[in-house]
Design a protein around this ligand. Sequence first.
Ligand code: F3S
Length: 293
Amino acid sequence: MKIILAKSAGYCFGVNQAMKKVEDALEKGDDNIFTLGPLIHNRQVTDKLEQQGVKIISDVGSARGGVITVRSHGVGADIIEEIAESGIELIDATCPYVKKIHNKVKEYYQKDYKIFIVGDRAHPEVIGINGWCDYKGEVINDKNSVPIDQKYDKICVVAQTTMNRGIFEEISEEIKKLYPEAIILNTICNATKTRQEETAQIAKESDCMIIVGGRHSSNTKKLADIGRKHCEKTVHIETADELDLDILKGCDTVGITAGASTPHWIIKEVINKMTKSFEEMLKDSEMEASYEE
Ligand code: F3S
């Protein structure tokens, strides 16, 4: 059995940086480390951090001294201000690519542009981006929701970093038709694109495709959809325990990838479980062979 592990599997740059910042704070011995929302969409990791004393809070008011960490999704300008006013130390783990969007939104909003955000309105990253234009941005998630009844003179369009490129292009075209002067900034992160393309490529070559990542992680769910499109035997698991080895029977090539919040130790456990079972399968077949002799 050949195993193909995606090069892009696991933590992206932004998640890696956020994890590092919290681990450094733990190492420094900082007491009362809080994260505004789960640091990453992976229960195994957030459980581990909790055991080390990192607490998840949903608002700044719930922190009792200590340090507040803003996760890679980022937050609005009002939240950053609230933390500064509270006197609590801030660990800003906003991904630099998301920070770049905040800066653009702030810049164009100050120049009286209407901000269009292409993305999912309930996603924390989109809520955070909107918080850099006083939550007055228009969130658009399909081409039919481009505002037509109200006309804007100046428009600046940005995208959620994990937005599907095809949908973003469709929406952008619609915006251009209605507002030819609109400034369109493609702020989709390359890490997502690379991971999705690699998943499609590996799934095409594999008899079975294993996607490792949080059940609630939207980027992992997207990878599972891509996997299923190109490989009928695609499974989405959170941990090695969930891998049913029966699925590997009769497979010559098995592909593995993982979402942006999946730590390497979970990927390693999945591979270990598979290779152990492979060695066992080999042993079984040798026993059978010697029995036949
Ligand atoms: Fe940042 Fe891209 Fe990851 S925006 S958090 S590096 S998916």
